[in-house]
Design a protein around this ligand. Structure first.
Ligand SMILES: *[C@@H]1O[C@H](CO)[C@@H](O)[C@H](O)[C@H]1NC(C)=O
Ligand SMILES: *[C@@H]1O[C@H](CO)[C@@H](O)[C@H](O)[C@H]1NC(C)=O
Ligand SMILES: *[C@@H]1O[C@H](CO)[C@@H](O)[C@H](O)[C@H]1NC(C)=O
Ligand SMILES: *[C@@H]1O[C@H](CO)[C@@H](O)[C@H](O)[C@H]1NC(C)=O
Ligand SMILES: CC(=O)N[C@H]1CO[C@H](CO)[C@@H](O)[C@@H]1O
Length: 394
């Protein structure tokens, strides 16, 4: 398996060229930053892109992407009257990556640049150029709503967070607003469904003009009463629709870390959630290591992907529901590769009930040595899987 043959070829050619022409940096090379004395412009087809004060990098130029304008796109109003349908033929409707880092750290609200940072629009642009069309962007509720669940949204954090959201949606892809809180706020299980409804009403008000935004009520509820998981999801749906956001999809997650492999024994009650717009999607997660936590790069077997999700597929079909795999990953090895592609093939073959898959995770602060890091250009998963995954883009 030779990942990314095209890019590798371009990059090595450019390195060769640079030996003779010092003025221009090659693809993915450094082109700026504190004390940088080398080339500050890039070879043709690459643009010197500011990443942080210490590092600017030559990234592929994009002719199709627009820069973020931080304005919302207006939508034509349409009312769904039945279960959403996938009009994408033999492909998934959505295929993309999680864009982590705004939720990083344990200090709340913490300090920007120390505890957390925001997704990098330059690398998101690379994925969009490759055909990826959905990006799930975690945030911390304690930073978005400071002091309490129902508090007014923090304008500075919201504005920073919106940069990637607007960039993604103005380039035609979907942005999933992921409250990455495990059903908790400051470590305590959220029990105030009314405040939770207010939180989602506030979020939806801020983004209701943008039909490419998707609201993800909470990441990985776990060890909670199933009735509370139901009530929180329903409160979020009610808050979102009550704010006038009627055209956006809503992703509802379940208990037991929203695992696909336990969905049929844990989350059956969620089939009774009611969305007046019928744009509700059940978001499940699935990792392929022995305990299903995604902490090991070793997959149980080359068929574990399909085995762990087929029960969820049956549940979706039996109940007339739609699902999305909001997190998954596998280590950079051939067993995991087969398990991952087997699972993605199963999702694609059942794209009447599965709308998409989102890899965990990209994000500027993942060390490239992290096996699941799909942050370009050197995250281990990017190097190993990017080329493989491109076959599944819509
Ligand atoms: C830049 O150079 C100065 C002076 O040599 C040094 O003090 C500083 O640490 C350098 N900064 C970085 C980011 O390397
Ligand atoms: C927002 O980003 C700016 C840098 O662009 C940073 O200075 C500021 O601290 C950030 N604020 C929050 C709340 O994240
Ligand atoms: C959404 O669009 C309407 C109509 O153009 C406008 O009145 C409203 O202020 C906009 N809301 C936001 C949050 O941009
Ligand atoms: C539930 O899902 C699991 C995981 O896919 C599967 O192994 C099991 O057979 C399913 N059970 C039922 C009753 O459908
Ligand atoms: C708490 C809960 O919803 N449990 C249900 C999970 O799904 C199984 C199988 O459909 C039901 O038997 C449980 O009641």
């Amino acid at each position: 398996m030779t990942p990314r043959p095209t890019i590798v070829a371009i990059a090595s050619f450019a390195v060769l060229a640079v030996t003779f022409v010092q003025a221009q940096q090659s693809g993915y090379g450094q082109c700026g930053g504190a004390n940088w004395t080398g080339a500050t412009s890039c070879v043709s087809g690459w643009t010197c892109t500011f990443l942080n004060d210490y590092y600017s990098q030559c990234l592929p130029s994009s002719t199709t992407l627009t820069t973020s304008s931080h304005s919302t796109t207006s939508t034509t109003s349409s009312t769904a009257t039945s279960t959403p349908t996938n009009t994408n033929g033999g492909k998934l409707k959505w295929f993309g990556v999680d864009e982590s880092c705004a939720e990083f750290g344990t200090a709340m609200p913490g300090t920007w640049g120390v505890d957390y940072t925001f997704a990098n629009t330059a690398t998101i642009g690379e994925f969009i150029n490759q055909g990826f069309n959905i990006f799930r962007i975690p945030f911390a509720m304690e930073r978005m709503a400071r002091g309490s669940v129902g508090a007014t949204l923090d304008n500075a954090y919201l504005t920073n967070y919106s940069v990637a959201v607007d960039y993604i949606t103005s380039n035609g892809a979907y942005a999933v607003l992921d409250a990455h809180n495990y059903g908790r706020y400051n470590g305590n299980i959220i029990t105030d469904t009314s405040a939770f409804k207010t939180f989602w009403s506030n979020m939806a008000t801020a983004f209701k003009n943008n039909s490419k935004v998707i609201f993800d009520t909470n990441n990985e509820y776990h060890d909670m009463d199933e009735s509370l998981v139901f009530d929180l999801n329903q409160a979020a749906i009610d808050g979102i629709r009550g704010s006038g956001a009627t055209t956006q999809y809503i992703f509802a997650e379940g208990n037991s870390w929203t695992g696909a492999w336990t969905w049929n024994t844990t989350n059956d009650s969620l089939k009774n959630l009611k969305d007046p717009e019928n744009l509700l999607i059940y978001e499940m997660h699935q990792y392929l290591d022995s305990d299903g936590s995604g902490t090991s790069a070793t997959c149980v077997s080359s068929t574990i992907g399909v085995e762990r999700i087929e029960g969820a597929t049956a549940w979706l079909k039996a109940n007339g529901k739609i699902g999305v795999l909001g997190e998954y990953a596998g280590g950079p090895n051939s067993v995991c590769q087969e398990a991952v592609t087997g699972m993605l093939d199963h999702l694609t073959a059942n794209n009447d009930v599965w709308f998409g898959a989102v890899w965990w995770a990209a994000g500027p602060w993942w060390p490239s040595s992290t096996w699941s890091s799909i942050e370009p250009p050197s995250g281990q998963a990017y190097v190993y899987y990017d080329n493989i995954l491109q076959a599944y883009t819509p």
